[in-house]
Design a protein around this ligand. Structure first.
Ligand SMILES: [Zn+2]
Length: 332
């Protein structure tokens, strides 16, 4: 593996390589972007390039020399990943202090020390403030690479001392280059090779089936079927695990319904459910679908405040049902 084999986000890789060639590599970098698009891999590649003993150019690495191999294995003494320790919920100040304590020393084996902080947004305020010292006056041979899903989660003072690179989701073709071939996996992975690799297709299909059933019940129930509707909502609200995941799946189904309404079929995530989704399209108005999607956003924020899930799913069901909604609006 080398820089040429990195898939996706090519512009970022090219810019980083140019900086390596020019010999003025920035001492503070932030790699921001969704999970599973190669941010950590890119950071390790930089660490390899800054320490490789056999590369013929400064902007690449051999991936075979002892230095490259140790970095790959996570055993190089000069390349350190600082992460959330087991049983902890944040990166602690003690971890950052340890980094600062070794910052001034010469590298032990290689030419440069690289500290990868991943995820950097899990540093508590104390730890982030301590890190500033290292970012302000880094020794010539020390480099920091901060990895985060959202650069705005980091302190402004940390951001202003680093160069920010925004990684983007991979295109379907780029995911295919990674060896992902299943169409459903490709479309559900949101451009993340990490998601694509960890996606449990069987589970996704069964959860998706539940949510499509729910959606169908919501949009087709008549007044006489009110009890059925509340029954479906109760089943959903009772689910002990995966409630948020189910809401997310429903959001994707609703987006598909809107795509079908608008006639942009190519964007459909659930191509295999096209016929059933087309039935939903026939039964529900755009207005109703948008209201449901909006309500999912409300559910997401409400869950943080421990609002009763049963109440939320009841309201979601009523929001999506034309007859009930009209009835409630008129009697208001
Ligand atoms: Zn090497």
């Amino acid at each position: 593996m080398n820089f040429d084999s990195f898939i996706g986000n090519r512009k970022i890789i090219d810019r980083l390589r140019a900086k390596l060639r020019e010999g003025r590599f920035p001492h503070g970098l932030i790699f921001s972007g969704p999970t599973g698009v190669g941010k950590h891999t890119a950071a390790l590649m930089i660490a390899k390039a800054l320490n490789c003993t056999q590369a013929t150019t400064p902007d690449d690495f051999c991936d075979r020399c002892p230095s490259c191999r140790k970095i790959e294995a996570g055993t190089h003494p000069d390349v350190m990943t600082i992460s959330v320790e087991e049983d902890a919920s944040q990166i602690k100040i003690a971890q950052v202090r340890h980094v600062l304590s070794i910052l001034e020393f010469q590298p032990l084996e290689g030419r440069n020390k690289i500290f990868i902080i991943d995820p950097a947004d899990m540093m508590n305020a104390e730890a982030a403030n301590a890190l500033l010292k290292g970012l302000e006056e880094p020794p010539e041979s020390s480099y920091f690479i901060l990895i985060t899903v959202n650069v705005h989660e980091l302190l402004l003072t940390v951001r202003s001392r680093s160069q920010v690179y925004n990684f983007t989701p991979l295109a379907l073709d780029e995911l295919r280059q990674h060896g992902v071939s299943d169409d459903l996996v490709l479309r559900w992975s949101e451009g993340s090779i990490g998601h694509a690799r960890s996606l449990d297709v069987a589970r996704l299909k069964s959860e998706r089936e539940l949510m499509l059933d729910f959606l169908e019940t919501v949009v087709t129930s008549t007044e006489e079927q009110f009890q059925d509707l509340l029954g479906a909502s109760a089943d959903l609200g009772r689910a002990k695990q995966g409630f948020e995941e189910r809401m997310k799946i429903l959001a994707v189904l609703l987006a598909d319904v809107l795509y079908l309404k608008e006639g942009v079929d190519g964007k459909l995530v659930n191509q295999d459910l096209r016929d059933r989704l087309a039935q939903v399209v026939k039964r529900a108005s755009v207005d109703r679908i948008i209201k449901m999607a909006d309500f999912l956003g409300f559910i997401e924020s409400s869950l943080k405040n421990h609002v009763n899930r049963q109440m939320l799913t009841d309201m979601l069901a009523i929001t999506g049902n034309e007859i009930l909604n009209d009835f409630l609006t008129e009697s208001r």
